[in-house]
Design a protein around this ligand. Structure first.
Ligand SMILES: Nc1ncnc2c1ncn2[C@@H]1O[C@H](COP(=O)(O)OP(=O)(O)O)[C@@H](O)[C@H]1O
Ligand SMILES: [Mg+2]
Length: 194
């Protein structure tokens, strides 16, 4: 119990400091690094073999996933993006066929409107692109503190591959982890694949 409390506080400190660092990036840097990250993924065998791309839609200073979504849609891959239900703390992935289908949802994040939900489930042909504030080289992740991805992956255990995307400074040697935290398969930054 003691350890859990310490981890929560440590995570919160890290979140604040890394969010501040990320929010101080300029728009050219964000665009340039995001393009490099998306290109790395697009050129990977993992992506090329995947039929379903389950990806977040970026908000604020997050790695911009738009180039990846556009590439996947125009290459006839199925694309699904998160829809969050904050009251029940639930997240589902819903299929999109065009970026224009998205509208502003909770916190101003673009997501499919309730009238256009097409829930999809992941399988072994699915590649997940996961956001985060901090990652470590053992592929653990700290998100915004909602635990949405931990909850989702616990419920939807599948053979899907998970890739965390981040700017290189967001990857540190070790982050405090709690028993519910789920690790990813890969981390992709503008500089390296881990
Ligand atoms: N599988 C789960 N079932 C229920 N609650 C969970 C689960 N995973 C995480 N949580 C809850 O979500 C909250 C946030 O988790 P945390 O790992 O700190 O956030 P994040 O992963 O977004 O950084 C925690 O209070 C935790 O208890
Ligand atoms: Mg977590």
């Amino acid at each position: 119990m003691e350890m859990t409390i310490i981890s929560e506080q440590e995570k919160e400190k890290l979140r604040q400091s890394f969010l501040k660092k990320r929010n101080s990036m300029d728009t050219h840097e964000i665009k340039n690094y995001s393009r490099k990250i998306c290109d790395r993924i697009i050129h990977s065998t993992l992506y090329q073999k995947s039929q379903k791309i389950f990806t977040f839609v970026s908000f604020g200073t997050e790695v911009d996933t738009t180039p990846l979504i556009i590439h996947a849609l125009s290459n006839h891959k199925m694309v699904a993006v998160p829809k969050v239900f904050s009251k029940t703390r639930k997240m589902i992935f819903s299929r999109i066929t065009d970026l224009n289908e998205l509208g502003k949802g909770h916190f101003g994040i673009l997501e499919p409107p309730s009238s256009l939900l097409r829930e999809e489930t992941s399988d072994e042909k699915t590649l997940f692109i996961v956001p985060g504030l901090i990652f470590d080289i053992e592929k653990y992740r700290i998100g915004y503190g909602g635990g949405y991805y931990d909850i989702y992956f616990k419920k939807n255990l599948s053979s899907a591959i998970t890739i965390g995307v981040a700017y290189d400074f967001q990857v540190i040697s070790k982050i405090p982890r709690e028993s519910h935290d789920i690790s990813l398969d890969w981390i992709v930054t503008e500089k390296r694949c881990i």
